[in-house]
Design a protein around this ligand. Structure first.
Ligand SMILES: [Zn+2]
Length: 326
């Protein structure tokens, strides 16, 4: 069973909000593209794992483990009575060649931090954890390449033993049907859970006034919105989203753009450029945020991970529907 949700990386959410409200620098646009590609690969992997079934396993996705004073990110950990298997998911496309420990892409030279040494570090950390907790378990790992357009050229069997290509992925995941999780696997999962920490690496912030304020269409990104009674109508694509939906998107953007900057009702009015009236803003803040402090100095903390999660969880509690033009 999937124990942890696979959420979008915080850096991706930051850059998406930034792209919506400013012009991205080339290096950021490039980063965002890579993050989006990575997330698409993980979604593909999760879908295939769902199809194969994983009710007999403990599967942790996108977690950060603190081991011996440093923090390591894991795409997927699979726990059963047989121990822990690390799956590092790489949504690479194109032709790659491996010689020795060097990975090269046919399009452009050597890859500085190759996938195999990343996997080695990730499994090595878990072996160190095993020593510190004095609980014995096996650790192994695979590099998963979920993209059909990835080809690997290599004549080293040790590399091939670490790799699962798209064509073999269903079979690989179905192989876990033979595993089972009992008391031992449950204890092992406890060991892992005790070491999960929040992502310590995400620190990107921008200044409040450095991005465009106001609200934008969830269908096409346009800021040309016409106020209606309970909705905003996009003059570019015809999508119609409720005021509430727009405010939730703004709260999520606020969270990922400005970091520790306090979200107050006044700041939210500035950020949304008065597109929605004050009372509606207050009501939405109260509904989607934890409030700290009193009256005018109240600050709000968005209680959901991101826009998508808030929309999903509060679906039954929204009166007005959204219409996204496709
Ligand atoms: Zn639109």
């Amino acid at each position: 069973m999937f124990i942890t949700l696979r959420k979008l990386p915080e850096e991706l959410l930051h850059l998406k909000a930034l792209r919506a409200r400013s012009v991205l620098a080339a290096v950021d646009a490039d980063k965002l593209m890579r993050l989006e590609r990575g997330s698409a690969g993980e979604r593909e992997y999760d879908l295939l794992f769902d199809e194969a079934g994983h009710g007999n396993l403990y599967v942790y996705r996108d977690i950060y483990l603190q081991i011996e004073g440093s923090v390591t990110q894991y795409d997927t950990l699979i726990i059963s009575e047989s121990g822990i298997i690390v799956n590092e998911i790489k949504n690479f496309t194109g032709d790659y060649r491996v010689e020795g420990s060097m990975w090269t892409h046919s399009g452009g030279g050597q890859i500085p931090d190759d996938a195999a040494s990343q996997l080695r570090r990730a499994t090595g950390k878990l072996m160190r954890l095993r020593n510190t907790v004095r609980f014995n378990f096996d650790v192994s790992g695979k590099l998963i390449f979920p993209n059909d357009n990835f080809r690997l050229f290599c004549d080293d069997d040790r590399v091939w033993n670490q790799v699962v290509l798209r064509a073999d992925l269903r079979r690989y995941l179905a192989g876990f049907n033979n595993e089972y999780s009992g008391e031992y696997a449950s204890q092992l999962a406890d060991v892992i859970e005790r070491h999960i920490v929040p992502n310590p690496y995400f620190k990107q912030r921008v200044e409040f006034d450095s991005v465009r304020h106001s609200l934008y269409c969830g269908g096409c990104g346009s800021f040309k919105l016409e106020k209606q009674h309970f909705h905003l109508l996009c003059m570019t694509c015809g999508s119609r989203e409720s005021n509430e939906t727009h405010l939730v998107r703004a709260m999520s953007d606020f969270k990922y753009l400005f970091g520790p900057l306090e979200m107050t009702s006044r700041r939210m009015m500035q950020f949304t450029d008065g597109m929605v009236n004050y009372r509606t803003v207050l009501r939405s803040l109260a509904k989607y945020c934890h409030a700290h402090g009193q009256n005018k100095s109240t600050s709000y903390e968005f209680m959901y991970y991101d826009f998508e999660e808030a929309m999903e969880k509060e679906k039954p509690n929204r009166k007005y529907k959204d219409y996204i033009a496709r």
